[in-house]
Write a protein that binds this ligand. Structure first.
Ligand SMILES: NC(=O)C1=CN([C@@H]2O[C@H](COP(=O)(O)OP(=O)(O)OC[C@H]3O[C@@H](n4cnc5c(N)ncnc54)[C@H](OP(=O)(O)O)[C@@H]3O)[C@@H](O)[C@H]2O)C=CC1
Ligand SMILES: O=C(O)[C@@H]1CCC=N1
Length: 274
């Protein structure tokens, strides 16, 4: 991949850069970062990952082949206005921004190859679960480059663009739900007297073991669950409490509201609507 510029240098940009650099998919010298105003952050990225700092004012964007858009949704229009006149006609854009549609990016950057993706922060360790959708201007070669770049930070699924709202709710936000589950398990265990370190280690290993069982056995989660659940035993008692307290409905509300918020972000940033 040629010169790649991250427009936005926050948590998600860092997670992706860490993943790419750790996997040696790109040389750090081909990766550039820019943001709105936080110079200390850019210097941190430079010192930590060996990437370089660019700015639109210094006309340093015109030889880049790919722009990775990683601002918050509310900042995308300003960011696109800042870069569009400095991009060469062949440059492509890859967005990681929640909700913002390909059409909105086309309206800001003109007709060019555009991919919209939804990774997650596990990109930092090469374990992202990423969804991506691309417009018609992305040719085979660019498609391969984008898939290869995203594969360096984890698994990638090509989906139709509308499904990215659901992907955002499921795997984009997903790590936060898991961390919240860990917090809840820890609080429950500690309140009942287990020492915090022991609780943390047991929980992490339980999550990792369960995820690996799903992956390695290919077995249905309901079967694996039944294998744990001895008749009249402890798991049955615990699951009954989850059922009684509407566990599945709660998760369904969680995914529903996160998806709806992604759609709202799309509407809020759509220049045809706002
Ligand atoms: N965090 C997550 O788990 C995930 C986030 N995402 C998406 O990634 C995007 C970024 O999120 P996150 O990294 O958490 O956000 P952060 O707030 O950490 O980072 C946003 C970055 O955008 C920069 N920025 C703002 N305006 C401009 C501009 N005009 N030109 C260039 N850069 C600009 C900010 O610069 P400055 O600091 O100088 O203001 C900052 O570096 C969001 O749209 C989010 O939906 C996607 C998947 C997962
Ligand atoms: O919370 C958010 O909006 C972003 C998108 C997915 C994860 N974080």
């Amino acid at each position: 991949m040629d010169k790649v510029i991250f427009v936005g240098a926050g948590s998600m940009a860092e997670a992706i850069i860490a993943g790419i650099v750790n996997k040696s998919v790109m040389r750090a010298k081909d990766i550039y970062v820019m943001n709105k105003s936080d110079e200390d952050r850019l210097i941190y990225m430079q010192n930590t990952y060996g990437v370089s700092i660019v700015s639109a004012e210094r006309n340093e964007l015109s030889d880049a082949g790919l722009f990775i858009l990683a601002t918050k949704p509310k900042d995308i229009h300003q960011a696109m206005a800042d870069i569009v006149n400095h991009m060469n006609d062949d440059a492509a854009a890859l967005s990681v921004i929640a909700g913002v549609s390909i059409a909105t990016i086309e309206s800001g950057l003109g007709a060019r190859p555009i991919a919209r993706s939804m990774p997650n922060t596990s990109a930092t360790i090469g374990k992202s679960a990423t969804g991506v959708s691309m417009n018609q201007s992305v040719n085979n070669n660019m498609n391969k480059k984008i898939i290869s770049l995203l594969s360096s930070i984890g698994i990638v699924k090509e989906v139709v663009e509308d499904e990215l709202h659901l992907v955002t709710a499921l795997s984009g936000s997903g790590p936060a739900y898991v961390y919240y589950l860990v917090e809840a398990l820890e609080e429950a265990a500690i309140s009942k007297g287990l020492c915090a370190d022991t609780a943390r280690e047991l929980i992490i290993q339980t999550l990792e073991g369960a995820a690996s069982m799903l992956k390695k056995t290919g077995e249905e989660p309901s079967i694996l669950r039944k294998n744990v659940t001895s008749p009249g035993g402890t798991t049955e008692a615990g699951l009954r409490a989850l059922e009684k307290n509407s566990f599945k409905q709660t998760i369904s509300h969680c995914i529903n509201d996160a998806e709806a918020r992604s759609r709202e972000l799309g509407i809020m940033t759509d220049p045809k609507i706002t």
